[in-house]
Design a protein around this ligand. Sequence first.
Ligand SMILES: [Zn+2]
Length: 298
Amino acid sequence: MIGYLYDSDFSLHDTGEHLENRHRTESIDEMVKEKYELIHIPTRVGDKEELCAVHDISYIDWIENGYENGIRNIISADTIVSSESYDVALKAATSTKNVITAFKEGIIKKAFLNLRPPGHHAEVITGQGFCIFNNIAMMARYAQDIGYRKVLIIDFDVHHGNGTQDIFYDDESVFFISFHERNNYPFTGSEDEKGGGFTKNIPYKDNIEDDEFLALFEQLPKDFDFDIVLVSAGYDLMSDELISSANISYEGLSKMVEKILEFTGDKPIAFLLEGGYNINSLVKSVDITIENMVNYSQ
Ligand SMILES: [Zn+2]
């Protein structure tokens, strides 16, 4: 009853030697194929208009035409657009809907989405931080469209999910909680950014260790009666990642995933890939996530 979404076309978003590259999703897929028998959720190419659920049309147009206009980097030097990037990002963001449909039809109860480009830094009118379109926001809006009224988004990527926060800041039907390193990109997400009361930021200190990190998860919102949980699963918080100072072990990660699954109970839950750039660590971390999902389902 665990769904898995992946498409080899995700590799067509060509970022060259950039940290966020095709080897990430390809390596995860090799591990998943070898080790697990999950229910494959097909991808789809949605219409451009679907993206308007979370992005401004002027931004979508700009990305669509960006490469032709000779723009290789959007917003800042960190986010690359190659000739195929628009199509791949459109496919990643709109394919998330198929996972929601599979939940609704009772085909799956849990899912892992091995997709790229990542999405949680993409705001309504701009992409950044290796992100083009906000996959998890698209998924949340579609979940609501087909009856999952209240959505809980948990973001454990080491960086603040500023894009997701931006999209749902004044929305009482989507609770967004982000655990992230305070002194790290994009330097947003302080405790006092609360939006309409359904945004909760939990920034933490440099060099955080397992125990202190796990204790933060006691702050998951107990009085938000969610219908579905979506997780921005960024694995750049692991100890062997160079992009952060966080010191989370595999055991710590496993306990965190367990806590999230316990908190979710029998509601549907999906983990969407965000960061994680050390390939060995990334593959092992996703393995731990899926293994916990399998164990929790039995
Ligand atoms: Zn990150």
